[in-house]
Each structure stands twice: as C-alpha cells, then as structure tokens.
Design a protein around this ligand. Structure first.
Ligand code: MG
Length: 225
C-alpha cells in the first residue's frame, strides 16, 4: 500500500522545549536515568507525588512557553501538507502543554494524542488510534521521531519509522526504517513511499543537506529520558 499519512513525535522532533530532565529528577529526588513519567506514576498517592506533579507541570509550562521549532520543521510540515498528507502528533507530553506549544508556534494537525489520550509510548496504542481515526492501515502511515521509544512504538504498531538524528545516527538508529539528519528529507521519503510500488523504497540513510559539522546541535528533549 502507498503512504497516505504522517505521524510525528513532538519534543526533539518538531519542537525544542529545552526541558531539563536532570533538573527535574534532582528536584523530584529521582536517581539519574529514572524515566520521569513512569517514576511519578509509580509513586503512591500523597504529598511526594503531588510535589513531583507540581514540579513536572511547572517545567512543562516553561517548556511550552519557550518552545521553538526544530530546524526545517516548518518547511517539512508545509511540504507534506501541500502534498495532501494528513499530519498527526503522538506525544508523552500533557495535553495542556502540548496545546499551548502548538498554539504559540501556530502548528495545526488533524489529530494530537497526548499522555491523557493514549498510553504513553513505547506503547503502540496511540499510533493505532490515529490510523483508525484516519481510516488508514498501518502500512499507509509512517512515524517520525527522535528517540528509541518512537522506534519501539512504531515497530510494535507495525508502522515504518523515520528517526530524526540531527547530530548523526545514534546506536539505536538500526532499529529505524529511515534515518534523516534534516527534517526536510522526510518530504523526499514520503514522496517515495507514496508511489504505488513501494518495493523500490529501500531503507536508507538520508544525510544532512549540508555537512554535519555545519549543522546546529540540539540537545534531545521530550519525555524520552
Ligand atoms: Mg522526542
């Protein structure tokens, strides 16, 4: 089947919220490397959990208020929209902060699923939900994200993945169907996969348009870590 829709992760893929997860963990009293959403969810009801939620929401609010678009995101979204692809977001962020960031940056999507709307990635349920809403099968969409959870969710859903790796491919890049260093290359991939015979669309590394050295570096953001 040919490609007909594109789903995106939000933080680190379309926007940079500059969320400081190490600071969040310190303020919450979590050890290094603890996944924040999962850590808070595992806390028993009570004062500590409430305090952690307040810390989380405050960081998220500041992130949404200062979020900027990732390089090439605007061009990519415009290019995909011009080709008629419906676009959706699946994020581990909260609904309120996702809406705030999207409003500020004037981004519109046909569907936006947050952690209040679907089990958080790497659970694939949110991806299936969007396919169902679009009335498309899993082989008619791709999922674009910047972290391992995105690749795991895509694979579990049966959906091809595009890893956005502006700093070069990480060790888990082999788990992606495609890897791009420049978001605008997603337009090329989508156009390729939209051809009726996608057998010719082999997995590929799409190198950045410019040399890697000249690309701005971005810290990974989002509730991936
Ligand atoms: Mg991300």
């Amino acid at each position: 089947m040919a490609l007909r829709g594109v789903i995106f992760d939000l933080d680190g893929t379309l926007i940079d919220s500059r969320l400081d997860f190490d600071a969040m963990r310190r303020e919450m009293g979590f050890p290094e490397g603890q996944l924040i959403l999962e850590g808070v969810a595992a806390l028993p009801d009570g004062e500590r959990r409430e305090r952690c939620l307040t810390i989380l929401h405050e960081h998220e609010r500041r992130g949404a208020e200062s979020a900027t678009l990732m390089p090439g995101a605007q061009d990519m979204l415009a290019g995909l929209s011009a080709r008629g692809f419906p676009l959706a977001i699946l994020t581990r962020n909260s609904r309120a902060m996702t809406q705030l960031a999207l409003q500020r940056l004037q981004l519109e999507f046909s569907h936006v699923l947050t952690r209040e709307d679907a089990p958080p990635k790497p659970d694939p349920a949110g991806l299936w939900h969007i396919c169902q809403a679009w009335q498309l099968s899993v082989d008619e969409v791709i999922f674009v994200g910047d972290y391992r959870f995105d690749l795991v969710a895509g694979r579990a859903a049966g959906i091809a993945t595009v890893l956005y790796a502006p700093d070069g491919p990480p060790d888990y890049a082999k788990e992606a169907d495609f890897v791009v260093g420049d978001l605008r290359d997603v337009i090329r991939i989508a156009a390729l996969l939209a051809e009726p015979n996608r057998a010719s669309a082999a997995s590929a590394w799409f190198p950045p348009a410019e040399s890697g050295e000249s690309l701005p570096r971005h810290p990974r953001t989002g509730f991936d870590r």
